[in-house]
Ligand binder design. Structure first.
Ligand code: UDP
Length: 294
């Protein structure tokens, strides 16, 4: 197994237990440049790209390059090696959706010129190139549209809703809700997501069509704050600040296709997934400040 990361948001400590294993190799590399690998490859998981809004918005041109040049380079590699390739796409392809839950057939409502566009449009373009390499050149593809995911080994400073709220609750700092907190998200525990990604990659019946992977249990951001505060036994105040530009009002996956094609659905509730997540952040906290967007 070869693991490739430019460490823009990834952390070497997350793979410290694998370094030195004879079947594991790590390469520091940015996928916007072509990747040369000697020998055969049978599977490529293209998970590259910062996914947290404050992180991907810091250098939007690089974010777009990561999505588009990155997938072109990985598709080129897949074609040369005859490998199957899975693209980590995103619920952001639906933008600020007018329907909920979102099935794969929904084409989305995406702003082409907002702060989220570099990521949303980059990921949409990546799906297009995946489709075209499949149609024109017969590359074996899988597209996972990943909804919000959380769990141990997240960077406490990532800037996402779960990492911010847990680190804030654990350190007794104000829990920062952007806007009125009535926007919704559906939160998937990372183990469920990984099971889904592998099922999609290895499925013979799943075709090249995109497949939503996420937990359909939907919460208002206000509820997420309350649940996290209680689970952390915290007395942090909850404060509201400015809503982020183009922040989707609602997000919930329709996972009918994943259920039918992969016999997959999440099995971990938010309350269950929070337990190891809180334990992880508690062990990590040592003066790390969550990154605030808004
Ligand atoms: N959010 C929030 N406070 C935070 C971080 C996020 O209220 O400290 C909100 C954010 O505005 C959004 C939701 O939580 O409505 C999910 O944000 P996240 O950055 O985790 O993911 P995404 O917006 O990409 O779904």
């Amino acid at each position: 197994m070869i693991c490739v990361d430019n460490l823009q948001t990834g952390r070497l400590r997350n793979i410290a237990h694998l370094l030195g294993h004879p079947a594991f190799e790590y390469r520091q590399h940015d996928v916007i440049a072509p990747l040369e690998i000697a020998g055969p490859i049978d599977r490529i998981y293209n998970l590259a790209c910062a996914a947290s809004p404050p992180k991907y918005q810091r250098d939007p041109i690089h974010t777009f390059q990561t999505c588009v040049l990155g997938i072109l380079n990985m598709l080129d590699l897949a074609e040369r090696k005859g490998a199957r390739i899975l693209q980590a796409s995103t619920s952001e392809v639906y933008g600020d959706p007018e329907i909920s839950p979102q099935p794969e057939g929904y084409r989305g409502a995406v702003n082409t010129v907002g702060p989220r566009s570099c990521y949303d449009e980059g990921k949409r373009a990546a799906e297009t190139v995946m489709h075209d390499f499949h149609e024109a050149r017969g590359v074996d593809i899988r597209i996972a549209r990943i909804f919000n995911t959380y769990g141990p080994r997240m960077d406490p400073g990532d800037g996402r809703v779960v990492s911010n709220f847990v680190t804030q609750a654990l350190s007794g700092k104000p829990i920062t809700i952007y806007g009125d907190g009535m926007q919704t998200r559906s939160l998937c525990f990372m183990k469920d997501l990984i099971t889904g990604l592998i099922a999609l990659m290895e499925s013979q019946s799943a075709g090249p069509e995109p497949v939503n992977l996420g937990n359909p249990c939907e919460f208002h951001v206000n509820e997420i704050a309350r649940i996290v505060r209680e689970a952390c036994a915290s007395h942090s105040p909850i404060v509201h600040s400015k809503r982020s530009t183009d922040d989707p009002h609602q997000r919930c996956p329709d996972i009918g296709r994943a259920k039918a094609a992969l016999s997959w659905e999440p099995t971990t509730s938010f309350a269950e997934g929070l337990i190891p997540t809180i334990a992880y952040f508690r062990s990590e906290l040592g003066g790390v400040e969550p990154e605030l967007g808004g």
